[in-house]
Design a protein around this ligand. Structure first.
Ligand code: 13P
Ligand code: SF4
Length: 377
């Protein structure tokens, strides 16, 4: 790779004072110099300025597939959040491709503070304590633990070890079906809304879905009878972005724009999902909009950057954001051009910064759960 970069490289603070145009030019210079060795992945919730520089973009499921399928690159720079970069590290460096390729793919998260508040709502010790408590009441061999991909690698490893599986918002129904072929109960974490909305569609009733609060000392705040009756035990976690959408927003849009179609992400609360016309993952939302009839009206309840991009890319549709308040993923937003440029110039310079590396044992067990996820369509 041949690229002349200022030596020594300045720290991130000085990148922040640069104009976007200048940062964009410098990012493109690195991309050109590194060629196929470098793969920039971008989640659909990223801001446009960042998405413009990504080689591939997708939702959580698609990005996992991309990381698993790519066998050429040496470096992945992940414009998403921490758990996504961990997943990319595990999938891109699974033993069979590592042996074939002979080197590790390094994964960079341009800003280490780009976490996910939902993923942080379930810690490994809390989940282990929950499992031990449940074992006092019901047989845990008859429970499949299911973790949403929005979780730390340690939780994915936990489900891998306990015959469980990872799900994303796009395959959650198929994953629950997979689980119920094996056991009569499921422990679903960390997002109660995705777990509840998906289970309700399968005919599981609210009284069969107790909510496990990790901060309650006794049985997650449940009676023994509630646990005995349960089909799906829901972890008390949520996405702070999607939780903002309310049923009254749906009513307000329907009143103001008769004939409008309401489409929401399954991380939104049940009250919103129940009355929406369409509920679907990020991938499904994009697909539905792609195929929408010209002139049709849509109110979409998901992350702001994605809705604004859909609006811009589909001027033949009348698209609205389903909330009077701003609901954007503040942690994803931390990945900006300054951090992207800083991490790329460091890579080009031979100094890797913000490397995401999951330890071998955690990676091994997480992979078990992730491969199950990828096998379930
Ligand atoms: P998907 O990309 O699976 O739709 O998930 C949405 C999300 O909240 C990502 O963090
Ligand atoms: Fe996490 Fe919600 Fe942001 Fe997705 S949108 S990364 S679930 S906080």
């Amino acid at each position: 790779m041949s690229i002349a970069i200022e030596q020594p490289l300045p720290d991130i603070a000085s990148y922040k004072s640069l104009e976007n145009e200048q940062l964009s030019d410098r990012i493109e210079r690195v991309r050109e110099a590194m060629g196929a060795e470098l793969l920039i992945l971008g989640h659909h919730y990223q801001q446009d300025e960042v998405i413009d520089h990504s080689d591939l973009r997708g939702d959580s499921y698609q990005l996992s597939q991309m990381a698993a399928e790519n066998t050429d690159c040496k470096y992945i720079v992940f414009c998403g959040v921490h758990f996504m970069a961990e997943t990319a590290d595990i999938l891109a460096n699974r033993p069979e491709v590592l042996d074939q390729r002979g080197y590790r793919v390094s994964v960079t998260l341009p800003d280490m503070s780009a976490g996910c508040s939902m993923a942080d709502m379930a810690g490994i010790e809390q989940v282990e304590n929950c499992w031990a408590d449940l074992d006092e009441i019901v047989d845990t061999h008859d429970i499949t633990p299911v973790t949403y991909i929005n979780s730390a690698a340690s939780l994915k490893a936990f489900v891998g070890k306990h015959n469980g599986i990872v799900c994303t918002s796009s395959n959650a129904p198929a994953v629950l079906e997979w689980a119920f072929k094996r056991t009569s109960r499921v422990l679903f974490f960390p997002d109660q809304h995705l777990g509840r909305n998906t289970s309700l569609k399968m005919g599981i009733t609210n009284d069969q879905m107790p909510v496990w609060d990790p901060y309650q000392l006794e049985m997650g705040g449940n009676t023994d009878a509630a646990i005995e009756r349960s089909k799906v035990i829901l972890w008390k976690g949520h996405c702070s972005v999607h939780q903002m959408f309310q049923a009254e927003h749906v009513e307000m849009f329907r009143k103001k724009h008769p004939g409008i179609n309401v489409m929401v992400h399954p991380e939104c609360p049940r009250e919103v999902n129940d009355i929406a016309d369409v509920s679907g993952s990020t991938g499904k939302i994009i697909e539905v909009i792609k195929n929408a009839e010209a002139g049709s009206k849509w109110a979409i309840g998901t992350e702001l950057h994605l809705v604004n991009r859909l609006k811009k890319e589909n001027p033949h549709l009348d698209i609205h954001f389903l909330s009077p308040v701003v609901c954007m993923c503040a942690t994803m937003y931390r990945i900006d051009l300054a951090h992207l440029c800083w991490s790329l110039e460091n890579l080009a310079n031979g100094t890797q910064v913000n490397t995401i590396r999951v330890d071998d044992e955690t990676a091994e067990w997480s992979l078990v759960a992730l491969e199950r996820m990828l096998s379930v369509k």
